[in-house]
Design a protein around this ligand. Structure first.
Ligand code: NAD
Length: 366
């Protein structure tokens, strides 16, 4: 089967790149004293303030950091739109090593930059950031979510994210195998971090046969101690396993030319953001290989749903209940993808864009 999608025009430079995906604002933040080098991208605020985490990562080049923040912020617009939240999309990156370069002063300085956006951008945790870092940012701005429970926040969103991924995976199983139960299904989880660990728990409970890998042996040992039924595998072995479902829960871009040649699964459903190395190329390739891809921003929305509840008065049960809607939305996206013969990522993008556009066109922009 061959699938055709229109090319977006290629433009150069930061403004050109913003134009490609309609980014509203990009803030470059630098502070000599604290060593802060950050970029905040506000993609779209039609549905509400742009909420999205801050990622601290030792990017080798500024271009790499800019690419990441532009791509991730757009993903947040789509994620909140599909989850039915009244939030827009934004994201921040801090260029640096999260293990050695964090200081209170750096995060407070970063908080000042977040504050300068007057609530158009609300930050939270992403890779490399902790709830403790959010507390330091909070000293300079109230536009922060994902705070610890002790200071009135909702704590670590990962268990809720894992639950949403589990719900999305069940919808994928229903579509691919005819039954949403994961009992007896073989699932390969890449990344035994906060989300992967909780996801393994849901899967074991549902009777799935779980294979899990991580680059840190101690994380795997802890998961094995908690869930003795899981099978531990080496990081490089995860792609070649003969499984029903591959669940990327580490970093993005793990669905690429090289891994697609190895993957034997029928379903790809995980938590990592930007799993498709090249959204269009690999989204189409996955479809042509007959694999069902559950769009990452659709099924990993539990964390943002949790943050949204933190802002309106935290209610864990309500957050979990709303996260459960991911099952129905995922089924709907798969149906549309099939009916229109388009890749699932595109069906999800279009559904998100339709919601944003309808609010914009009705003049209801917040
Ligand atoms: P985490 O940092 O706790 O866990 C990631 C794990 O992946 C780590 O244990 C790390 O050692 C492991 N890892 C990294 N590279 C690997 C590789 N090549 N092979 C095997 N393991 C590898 O992060 P998390 O909070 O569990 O999030 C996982 C993913 O889900 C991230 O991409 C994150 O952006 C995304 N996500 C998380 C949330 C959330 O609520 N935590 C929400 C939405 C999306």
């Amino acid at each position: 089967m061959s699938v055709k999608i229109a090319e977006a025009p290629a433009t150069q430079g930061v403004l050109g790149r913003m134009e490609n995906n309609d980014h509203e604002e990009v803030l470059f933040a630098f502070d000599r004293i604290t060593g802060l080098r950050a970029i905040i991208a506000v993609h779209d605020t039609t549905l509400g303030p742009a909420l999205g985490g801050t990622r601290m990562w030792p990017y080798e080049t500024e271009a790499e950091a800019l690419n990441d923040v532009l791509r991730l912020s757009r993903g947040m617009t789509y994620k909140s739109a599909l989850a039915g939240l009244d939030l827009g999309g934004g994201k921040a990156v801090i260029i640096g090593d999260a293990r050695t370069q964090k200081t209170e002063a750096m995060f407070r300085r970063f908080g000042r930059f977040v504050d300068s956006l007057n609530g158009r951008y609300i930050t939270a945790e992403d890779v490399g950031m902790s709830t403790a870092d959010m507390v330091n940012i909070r000293k300079e701005t109230r536009h922060v979510a994902g705070l610890p429970i002790e200071v009135g926040g909702s704590g670590d969103p990962s268990p809720v994210t894992a639950y949403g991924v589990f719900c999305g995976m069940r919808a994928a199983a229903k579509t691919a195998f005819g039954k949403d139960s994961l009992s007896g299904r073989k699932v390969a989880i890449q990344g035994g971090g906060n989300v992967g660990r909780h996801l393994a728990g849901y899967l074991v409970k549902d009777g799935a046969i779980v294979f899990i890998t991580d680059i840190h042996e101690d994380k795997l040992a802890a998961i094995k101690a908690e869930h003795p039924a899981v099978n531990l595998v080496k990081p490089d072995a995860i792609y070649g396993l003969d499984v029903d479902i591959y669940s990327p829960c580490a970093l993005g871009a793990t669905v690429n030319d090289e891994t697609l040649a190895k993957l034997k699964c029928s379903v790809i459903a995980g938590a990592a953001n930007n799993q498709l190395a090249d959204e269009k190329k690999h989204g189409v390739a996955v479809m042509e290989k007959g694999m069902l891809y559950a769009p990452d921003f659709l099924i990993n929305a539990g964390g943002i749903i949790n943050c949204a509840w933190e802002r309106k008065g935290y209610d864990r049960n309500a957050a979990m209940k709303q996260t459960e809607n991911i099952y129905a939305t995922t089924l709907e996206i798969f149906k549309r993808s099939k009916a229109e013969n388009i890749p699932t990522y595109l069906a999800a993008n279009q559904a998100a864009e339709r919601r944003v556009l309808s609010i914009k066109q009705a003049g209801l922009r917040s």
